[in-house]
Design a protein around this ligand. Structure first.
Ligand SMILES: NC(=O)c1ccc[n+]([C@@H]2O[C@H](COP(=O)([O-])OP(=O)(O)OC[C@H]3O[C@@H](n4cnc5c(N)ncnc54)[C@H](O)[C@@H]3O)[C@@H](O)[C@H]2O)c1
Length: 171
């Protein structure tokens, strides 16, 4: 896929791996919607990108990906702003064994929802122009992790879901 002028939505883009994805996509000529819960760090990351790249090429969209309506809004805002959507990176994740339901909600359910939303906007048969969806798992999704059973379960889920849907979701 040629990346110049493609539009990407990256969740958990304020810092860490999501920010690194954003940097790499911008370097290849993409426009990127940075979607993140953390407004302060998200805005600071956009400001930092604006010093390196044209400010028009990024937007920051504050959003808790575990909130169905807010995630839908984030997709809608991205398409409204940039006029298209070509790449989704479902990256936002947490590792919280105590509030384990939240870990499943963010790491697995929101990744599934983000995938379905990506297909809704990008799939040819839905009026889109095709695209790519990247779901971030972990080695913990392939191997057991003794002290992180829920994190590991959520990432096993991401891998199982992504492998299962990939063959039937050709954009
Ligand atoms: N760091 C690692 O060693 C590692 C290894 C394997 C997989 N991963 C996976 O990579 C992804 C990114 O990890 P990271 O290390 O960059 O994490 P990080 O904690 O540095 O960054 C995560 C980002 O996601 C955002 N976020 C958290 N909950 C959110 C929510 N509900 N809605 C929107 N945004 C939310 C945070 O604000 C933060 O900006 C995660 O899915 C993680 O499980 C990380």
């Amino acid at each position: 896929m040629h990346l110049k002028d493609k539009v990407a939505l990256v969740t958990g883009a304020a810092q860490g791996i999501g920010k690194a994805f954003t940097q790499a996509l911008l370097e290849k000529g993409c426009k990127v919607a940075l979607v993140d819960l953390n407004e302060e760090v998200g805005k600071a990351s956009k400001d930092a990108f604006d010093k390196q790249f044209d400010a028009q090429r990024t937007i920051f969209v504050p959003c808790d990906v575990s909130d169905e309506e807010k995630l839908k809004d984030a997709f809608q805002k991205t398409v409204q702003h940039f006029g298209q959507l070509d790449i989704v990176v479902n990256n936002a994740g947490v590792n919280n064994e105590k509030n384990w339901e939240i870990t499943v909600q963010i790491n697995l359910i929101s990744v599934i929802r983000g995938t379905y939303l990506g297909l809704e906007y990008m799939k040819n048969e839905n009026g889109g122009s095709g695209g790519a969806i990247v779901n971030i798992a972990s080695l913990a999704g392939l191997l057991p992790v003794a002290y992180q059973p829920v994190y590991s379960a959520s990432k096993h889920g991401v891998i199982g879901f992504t492998r299962s849907i990939a063959p039937i979701s050709n954009c």
